[in-house]
Design a protein around this ligand. Structure first.
Ligand code: COA
Length: 235
């Protein structure tokens, strides 16, 4: 019987501490980063995540840079809204320019995701610079078995399974570059190797694949194409 709604906050925290310590750690880390960056007039750096001056990190957002090499940097005055998830793994590096607004985007990186200044991402935006799973069925089968095994108790005999070695498959991907003043509409997906020029707008629902999309373009559709050129603002 789920009694979670009748539990006090202290009981909930104790339950989380016992059953979900990782979750509690991520939440506490997000809260510390949020309040630290609000109070601080300096750069805030914690476990591979660097927030420039006056970055606002709203509730339920998380920034996770895998130790020891992954990095995330967010430029000054940027706002990371509720429910955004920004994750860098391995040697991945995510950089977000100053004065950017990130909605509930999910950004996942193993190579490089470089985003310019005054970036605007709407809701449900997905950016990933690598493929998580092999397209070849037998390799995928072994990867999935390895993932399942890693959650099994130690006494389960997993010797029958041949684990997928990094030299057989290791997350193919390519850098993503998004220029200054780009707006990604709701539900946009940006995949490995996409280079979106400065001043461009990606229309809602577009799936942007590998390619070079020139500055000041309106990009739309699946697969996304440049549908018209936008005039650049007067300088
Ligand atoms: C891109 C957008 C701003 C429209 O810009 P616009 O300059 O007025 O463009 P138009 O409506 O004139 O459309 C230009 C062309 O792009 C196409 N287009 C526009 N949006 C499209 C979409 N989401 N998917 C596919 N094609 C689209 C139009 O059909 C049109 O094609 P055509 O020239 O062959 O007729 C709007 O479509 C959009 O996606 N807004 C984002 C909404 C959103 O995400 N809101 C959340 C708040 S951040």
């Amino acid at each position: 019987l789920d009694k979670s709604h009748t539990q006090s906050t202290a009981q909930k925290i104790l339950w989380l501490l016992k059953h979900r310590p990782g979750h509690l750690y991520q939440t506490a880390r997000g809260l510390i980063l949020f309040h630290w960056s609000r109070c601080s007039r300096n750069v805030v750096a914690l476990n591979g995540v660097t927030l420039a001056e006056n970055v606002r990190l709203q509730k339920n957002s998380s920034l996770m840079a895998e130790s020891p090499s992954a990095k995330i940097t967010v430029g000054e005055n940027s706002i990371i809204y509720e429910d955004a998830r920004i994750e860098a793994y391995g040697g991945g590096a995510i950089s977000i320019g100053a004065d950017s607004i990130i909605g509930d985007a999910h950004i996942v990186c193993r190579y490089s995701v470089q985003i310019g200044k005054r970036f605007l991402s709407s809701w449900n935006v997905f950016i990933q610079d690598y493929d998580s799973h092999p397209t070849e069925q037998s390799l995928r089968q072994r990867q999935v078995e390895g993932m399942i095994d890693s959650f099994q108790p130690r006494f389960v005999n997993t010797l029958r399974r041949i684990k997928l070695a990094p030299e057989e498959w290791s997350f193919p991907g390519e850098d993503i570059i998004i220029g200054d003043d780009v707006w990604l509409g709701a539900g946009v997906t940006v995949l490995k190797g996409a280079q979106i020029g400065a001043g461009s707008i990606v229309a809602t629902g577009a799936v942007v694949l590998k390619g070079n999309y020139p500055a000041n373009s309106l990009i739309a559709g699946n697969p996304a194409k440049v549908v018209k050129s936008l005039t650049s603002p007067a300088s």
